[in-house]
Structure formats: C-alpha cells, structure tokens
Design a protein around this ligand. Structure first.
Ligand code: FAD
Length: 486
C-alpha cells in the first residue's frame, strides 16, 4: 500500500541523474540523414530532454515531492509514483493529483505516463498467462518492475506498427514486417523484426517496452529491451520546437513541450526470455488491451485538464491586456473552456474511483469514462483555439519577432504601437501574445493538436469503447419498459 515517507531517497533520481543515465546508453540514432552519437548534448534533443526530465524535477520540488513519492513494498523503498503499481482507489486518486499538479509545472507532455501504463498492463497480463500456460513471465515482470523502481526508469513505448494497407489484416500484408513479429524462438530467447512507427522520446528513455497485439501467435508479443540493444535503429525527426531557448518568442515550446519522435526499427533484435512477458498467448489481448488503454487514456485526460487551464489563462490574460476583459462574448468563451476542463477532469476522477482491482493485485481506472474524456478533449482543441485566438486578436499571427522588439532601430516603433490597456508595460502584452502564438499558431501547436487527436487512439476506437460500455440492448430494454412493450 502506498505510504509517503521522507527518510529514504535512494530510488528517486534528480533531473541531472536522469540525464547522466542517458550518457551511459548508446542508442543507434539518426536525424536528418546523420548519425547522432551523443543525443544528450545535441541541440535537437534539448527540448525533449527537458520535457522528459519534468517528473524527476517534480519529485525533488519542495511543494510536489511529498505527493510524487510513495513506499513500495516490492523493493521496500520509497519510489516514484511513476514506477509504482497502484493497488487501490486511494493510490489512483493520489496519482491523479500528482499528474494534475504536473500541469502547474507547465510541461504539456512529460511522457512518463507510458512507464506507468506499461508496467501495470505487463504485470497483470503476465500473471494471467502464467496461470493458464504455466509460463514464468510474471517473475520476469516482477524483476523489471523492481529495476524500474530502484533505478527510477522512464520507459519508452513501442506499440503502434506501420501497419501498411489498413484494409488488409496482418497476414494479408504484402510485406510481413508491416507488423512487428517473432522470427525465431530460441532456447535463450526470441528474435523480433519489424518497426514501431511513432516512438515518442524513445532514444532518451531508459528501457523500451515493445508490444504487438494481433490475433496471430507470431504477431502477439510483449517484451522489454534496452534502448541500445543490437539491431535497434531510431530514425528521428527533430521536435516541433525551436532548437535554442528563446526569451519572448516561443516562451513555452523553446523550454519544453515537444518531443523528438522516432521510427524504431527492429532488425532481427534478440530478446532474452527473461525480458519477455507475452509470446503467442493471443487470448490475453483483452486484459492487456484493457489495462493499457485505461491507464493511458486516463493520463491523457489528466494532462489535458492541466493544459486547458493554461489555455484559459492565456486567453484571460490577453483579454485583460487588450482592455476587453469584461466583454460578454469573451467571458462566455472562458466559461466554455472552464466547463470543458471540469468535464475532462471529472472523467478522469470517475475512472479513478470506479476502477478495478485485477487479481494480480494492481488497480486500474475504468475505461469508458476516460475514453469519453479523451475523445471530448480531442474534439475541443480546435474550438478552444478558436476561442483563444478570437479573444486575443490578429497579433497572434502578425506580431514581429523578439529580435525586432529588442532592435535599437525599429524596437521603439513596436514599443509604441504594441501598447494595450493603459498603464500596462508593453512588454507584458508582447509576452502574452507570444505565448498565445506558441499555444495556438506555432509548429509546436500543430504537433500538440495531432497528439491530442490521434495520440493514444483514433476517435472511432474511443467511440466504440464507450458504446460497448453503454450497452445498447440494456438501453433498449429500458425504452421498452417505458413504452410498456412486452
Ligand atoms: C504525437 C504522437 C505521439 C505518439 N507517440 C506514440 C508512442 O510513443 N508510442 C506508440 O506506440 N505510438 C505512439 N503514437 C501513435 C498513436 O497511438 C497512433 O497514431 C494511433 O494509435 C493511430 O494509429 P495510426 O497513426 O496508425 O492511424 P490509423 O490507425 O491508420 O488511423 C487513421 C484513420 O484510419 C482509420 N482506420 C484505421 N484502420 C481502419 C480500418 N481497418 N477500417 C476503417 N478505418 C480504419 C482510423 O479509425 C482513423 O480514422 C503517437 C502518435 C502521435 C500523433
């Protein structure tokens, strides 16, 4: 059971310790056609590393550290809540509060969610498979969770394969590698081939968890592997964010927010049996899929809640700086966003309270509320940007750059003509507009929009999940009873 204490800190890393751990790894990374030997000091990785470091900063933050830490009976030590396995509703509520508090540290995507999602799902599914197949996967996962907790790992998730032609099933693809698969089973392990199409942050995590969940035994596999295992290549694209830190332009995305995205290629990678937790036991898909989705969508709702808050703040600030804070249509827009934030938050909290305890001992949130919440939040991103930009005005897209604002020649014009509400320093208004641009009209804003819409799951899948939980037959029976139909 989780109990926060202060006396031991061994398994909690600092930001610096996390980054130092990456120096000991040698992932095979390419970007823009070039091999990158040292990602830690490469400018394209700066923003991604900052973003991934946020949960480590939070665990050492004077106001957050207490909620970020919890006692783990598994290793008999205080560990991060991101590697800890929830056991009951109280743990889920504590985790929800932690994730929401992360919103106050302003990082839109810390990517520690998948560490937690994957450890919970692997723990439960390995327990179930062992029971029906007499395998020893669960002990493998226990050892992985212990290491994750003791070393305070961040784990990367390789889940979605390239998939090729979506109208065809896994066995009908012309190229068998469109889905990751086991090409050889050996006495000491398995060999896998394929790729994962969207490995956010993968090269700067400490361990990868890779899964394929197709209903064909060789295409149903789950395992952990070091990020620098032989045969793994990362083809990366730079984050949708400036390479260098900026003071006024891109105030958010030049600090953190965007991540390096990678296609992860598995070119006959050997995985020892000790790191495998499923391999061909297709009937376990329900458990793994359910827990992984419930956990991931839950974290997505919690993150969106914090980000909507920031959107409300940016719109309210600019309305104030423009001198239109009391305008009814702007207040109405702010209220709409506040309603949406509460609804998404309510979905996450309902899921936490109505979660289930799996027989393996872990607790996970209820899926339907967070599938609905994630879908709702995704649909609202565009509307919120409409409200935010409408409240702010055209300078969101037309304001001159920081360099011009600081220019000894033209800066004086901008200082004069960018004035807003009487008595307000012009620079405050300039900064607020640049934040609004970053949040709604920058390259980072585009990445974030796609992440909200598609990341985690496309909308159709989410609607199907909610519809399944609703059970139309049950609803029809109610209607029949109301209409007195026998
Ligand atoms: C910013 C970002 C970060 C991400 N990070 C990660 C990560 O770290 N790890 C990871 O594993 N994944 C990651 N993802 C992947 C994400 O989970 C997927 O993009 C998502 O699951 C959708 O898969 P897809 O992109 O292949 O789209 P598709 O599955 O191709 O969906 C596109 C559209 O086609 C429809 N469609 C698909 N198949 C069919 C069919 N057979 N019949 C009818 N309609 C169909 C869908 O409903 C949807 O409308 C990330 C995605 C984004 C955008």
């Amino acid at each position: 059971m989780g109990r926060s204490i202060r006396r031991k800190e061994m398994a909690i890393r600092t930001r610096e310790e996390y980054i130092e751990s990456l120096r000991r790894q040698r992932p095979n990374v390419y970007m823009n056609g070039e091999k990158i030997e040292n990602i830690v000091d490469h400018p394209a990785f700066r923003v991604g590393l900052n973003s991934a470091a946020v949960t480590f900063e939070q665990a050492n933050h004077p106001e957050h550290r207490e909620m970020a830490r919890v006692w783990s009976p598994l290793v008999n030590e205080e560990v991060s809540r991101w590697t800890y396995l929830m056991m009951d509703e109280k743990d889920a509520i504590a985790k929800a509060k932690l994730n929401r508090a992360l919103g106050d540290l302003l990082c839109p995507c810390h990517y520690r969610c998948l560490t937690s999602d994957l450890l919970h799902a692997a723990w439960a599914v390995s327990y179930e498979i062992d029971r029906s197949h007499h395998t020893t996967y669960h002990q493998n996962v226990i050892e992985i969770v212990k290491q994750a907790q003791k070393n305070d790992w961040i784990i990367g998730g390789g889940l979605v394969s390239p998939k090729g032609d979506r109208s065809k099933g896994v066995m009908q693809q012309r190229d068998p590698d469109m889905y990751l698969h086991v090409v050889e089973k050996r006495a000491d392990g398995i060999v896998v081939r394929g790729a994962k199409a969207h490995g956010t942050a993968a090269p700067y995590t400490n361990m990868l968890c890779v899964c394929e969940m197709e209903m064909v035994p060789e295409y149903y596999v789950g395992f952990f592997t070091p990020v620098d295992a032989k045969g793994i290549t990362y083809v990366c694209r730079a984050p949708h964010a400036p390479v260098e830190r900026e003071e006024i332009d891109h105030p958010l995305s030049s600090r953190f927010g965007g991540h390096v995205e990678a296609m992860i290629v598995f070119d006959d990678v050997f995985v020892p049996w000790e790191r495998v937790f499923m391999c061909g036991e297709v009937e376990s898909i329900m458990t793994f899929g359910l827990i992984l989705s419930a956990m991931h969508l839950w974290h997505k709702c919690l993150c969106r809640w914090g980000n909507i808050d920031l959107s409300i703040g940016a719109a309210a600030l600019l309305a104030d700086y423009n001198g239109v804070a009391g305008a009814p249509h702007i207040l109405d827009g702010l209220s709409q966003m506040a309603v949406d934030a509460e609804l998404v938050n309510a979905c996450a909290m309902a899921a936490a309270v109505e979660g289930s305890r799996h027989e393996s001992g872990i607790y996970y949130p209820r899926l339907a509320p967070v599938a609905a919440g994630k879908l709702y939040a995704a649909m609202k991103v565009g509307e919120h940007r409409y409200l935010m930009q409408d409240a702010a005005g055209g300078l969101v897209a037309t304001m001159a750059s920081e360099k011009d604002y600081r220019s000894p020649i033209v800066g004086k014009y901008l200082e004069k003509y960018y004035q807003g509400k009487e008595g307000l320093p012009t620079e405050n208004r300039v900064r607020a507009f640049k934040l609004m641009e970053d949040l709604t009209a920058s390259e980072f804003a585009g990445w974030y929009h796609v992440m909200c819409i598609t990341g985690g799951s496309p909308s159709k899948t989410l609607k199907d999940l909610v519809a399944m939980a609703c059970n139309y037959e049950r609803c029809k029976r109610k209607a029949m009873a109301a209409a007195k139909i026998q």
